[in-house]
Design a binder for this molecule. Sequence first.
Ligand code: NAG
Ligand code: NAG
Length: 195
Amino acid sequence: MDIIRFIISYFASKKLTLLTVFLCWKPESVNKLAQLGQQAGLRLRMHHDFQRLPALPPYRTFREGMLLDTRCDNASLVLEKASENRAFNLRHSWLLIDEAPLNISNLELVLSDIAILPDADVIWVSTDAMVDVYRVKIGEPLVVADLGPRKSQRELEQQWLTLPTAVTRRKDLKNVYLNSATIVNICIMNYKYIK
Ligand SMILES: *[C@@H]1O[C@H](CO)[C@@H](O)[C@H](O)[C@H]1NC(C)=O
Ligand SMILES: *[C@@H]1O[C@H](CO)[C@@H](O)[C@H](O)[C@H]1NC(C)=O
């Protein structure tokens, strides 16, 4: 599935209507995203200048989707500001894009020192995988859980029904972190077993 369709499927599957977008894409791609987003009932707020970011307050009264292409120049400015402001939390569903095959070293490098703690809702999507990421506390390595390949909206909705919320899932998996980023395969059967 191409990344634009995946993005729409992802946020639509989470029943979100507002999406804050940090991208450096060509206008055609941005327009396609906006157009498909509108059809799916998503309101998009675009940010292209990562040196002049919006406030990113930690808590709001509503849930909001957050989209960042990690390959954009200065994407680290967005991650750092969100980290400082504690904007990685349950109110913000973050989708971090890396249009390349999953590379855990790169993921660790990009997210090093970023405060993605257990109350965060962050998925890193590469061309061949979606992974859930967080760390148990600041200074600890990332825990990376494999959620399988990119999926359609319907398949994602089914996955959200079967898998518990990020926070519950992580509570159950808390003991499964090692000294470096760890891939935890959460297939449905394994999950039931762990529980
Ligand atoms: C990235 O940020 C640096 C300063 O932090 C700035 O000089 C540069 O122009 C920025 N690049 C882009 C593409 O915004
Ligand atoms: C994976 O990421 C690391 C760190 O950015 C990089 O040095 C390495 O070349 C990447 N590997 C591949 C296969 O792209």
